[in-house]
Design a protein around this ligand. Structure first.
Ligand code: GSH
Length: 290
């Protein structure tokens, strides 16, 4: 089952949380397969924060130990902390915790604590907290943003596909599939006279919607467990912000900057793992924190 997010703090530019905005201090852990992580990857790219917030990608497959790095499918070893499994990141904050850690996860290399593993909050942190480090002025949360719409999209679409996939009985499956497609129809109608869900400008809600239906084919077909009924094809892209918006290219990240490149060359086994955070911070230019 999908786990609730356990870490719900955020980075703040004005020092009102324990996590000040600073370049090179935080690592974003993601899976390219995950629609929730995809949201964070998109905002990081839109805000051009690639050099400010390094990103590490987990293996595409996970087993009962949760997301891992390096073995066995040839992904890169985790370059910042030497984690073999993302679950190791939860130990400092929650030593008794045996739960897995979900992606996206925002990790603070200074305190060695997970700041947040809730994608909606991470999106907001990326949208707002690092403005001093980017020239991109983008407001994904205008005052008119309708929270209720985001909530409906979450319930019926983003989480709705999981309710389809995890349904244990036919009636639950039918109900979830019905709600999913009814919501997509409503969204489609909403987009009939506007370019984006909130009007002329793209906002957080569009991106929150986008990462689920864009996976209808091929990944969500597996989650949905079945083909939709013959009269219910997956939605046409009209309901998605993908076509009119240049979708950020996230598969190929920009080459690491010199400090990161040096860091990436250090396989975790080659040096004591405990030294990595300090060196990582130094190389990434992260100021010391007390
Ligand atoms: N509420 C979370 C959900 C994230 C989530 O469920 N991520 C999945 C991947 S799609 C995950 O990491 N699952 C790992 C696990 O359950 O061990 C968010 O929006 O960030």
């Amino acid at each position: 089952m999908r786990q609730p997010s356990r870490f719900l703090d955020h980075v703040c530019p004005d020092g009102t949380t324990a996590y000040p905005a600073a370049a090179g201090c935080y690592v974003l852990y993601v899976s390219y397969a995950c629609p929730w992580a995809h949201r964070a990857i998109i905002v990081r790219r839109l805000k051009r924060l690639e050099d400010v917030m390094p990103m590490a990608v987990v293996n595409p497959y996970r087993d009962e130990r949760g997301w891992g790095f390096g073995e066995p499918v040839g992904s890169a070893a985790e370059p910042f902390e030497g984690f073999r499994f993302l679950a190791e990141a939860s130990a400092p904050a929650d030593p008794d915790c045996t739960g897995r850690v979900t992606v996206p996860t925002l990790w603070d290399t200074a305190t060695r604590i997970i700041v947040c593993n809730e994608s909606a909050l991470i999106m907001r942190t990326l949208d707002r907290a690092f403005d001093a480090f980017t020239d991109v002025r983008l407001d994904l949360r205008p005052p008119a943003l309708v929270e209720a719409l985001a909530e409906e999209i979450y319930e019926d679409v983003n989480n709705g596909v999981y309710r389809c996939g995890f349904a244990a009985i036919q009636a639950a499956y039918d109900e979830a599939v019905g709600r999913l497609f009814a919501r997509l129809d409503l969204l489609d109608r909403r987009l009939a006279d506007r370019r984006y869900l909130m009007g002329p400008a793209i906002t957080e809600v569009d991106w929150r919607l986008f990462t689920t239906p864009v996976r209808f084919d091929p990944r969500l077909r597996r989650v949905l467990q079945d083909e939709p009924a013959p009269d219910r094809r997956p939605p046409e892209p009209r309901a998605l912000p993908a076509r009119p918006v240049p979708a950020p290219r996230h598969r190929r990240d920009r080459p690491p900057r010199p400090g990161q490149a040096a860091l990436l060359r250090h396989a975790p086994a080659a040096e004591p793992e405990r030294d990595l955070p300090r060196r990582a911070r130094a190389r990434l230019g992260c100021p010391a924190r007390t």
